[in-house]
Design a protein around this ligand. Structure first.
Ligand code: CMP
Length: 135
């Protein structure tokens, strides 16, 4: 079993798509090990996306992620990281394959509905960030 972290971002939450995305998570065979609704502070968003600190979009990204409620989920299944990335589609919703979550619910590269970890190590690190470190 592998772990990945999923986040239903403020755009998808505000649009009322959380339930449909959670249904999809379950129907794709993931086990939800942890789940919570949070409104991140700017500082928590900055800590989560620290790897992107030097990118030009870091401030916009962390403003957006702290702009409203999110649902954060720690998911398990075999090949959880690659499977979740397949289900959510490309970062830019315009490039995401038909039927993927970002193609269905994302608006643009910033407001792209969901997050997914990019490696098994990061799946654990990111899940711990929200579920073991009190964030
Ligand atoms: P996510 O999977 O959460 O990981 C990093 C996020 O940075 C990514 O989704 C995008 O939402 C965001 N991102 C990447 N590139 C850009 C960009 N050029 N402009 C704004 N946000 C971006």
């Amino acid at each position: 079993m592998e772990t990945t972290l999923a986040i239903i971002k403020p755009d998808a939450y505000k649009d009322g798509n959380s339930g449909k995305i959670i249904d999809r998570i379950i129907s794709e065979g993931f086990v939800i090990k942890e789940m919570k609704q949070i409104h991140m502070t700017k500082k928590i968003a900055e800590g989560f996306y620290e790897v992107h600190i030097d990118r030009p979009f870091y401030d916009e990204l962390t403003d957006f992620m702290s702009s409203g409620n999110c649902v954060v989920l720690s998911l398990e299944r075999d090949n959880a990281v690659s499977k979740w990335r397949e289900v959510i589609g490309a970062t830019n919703p315009e490039e995401a394959s038909d039927g993927t979550i970002r193609a269905l619910y994302g608006k643009n590269t910033g407001n792209n509905a969901v997050h997914g970890s990019d490696s098994p190590d990061n799946g654990i690190i990111e899940s711990d960030y929200f579920f073991s470190e009190g964030n």
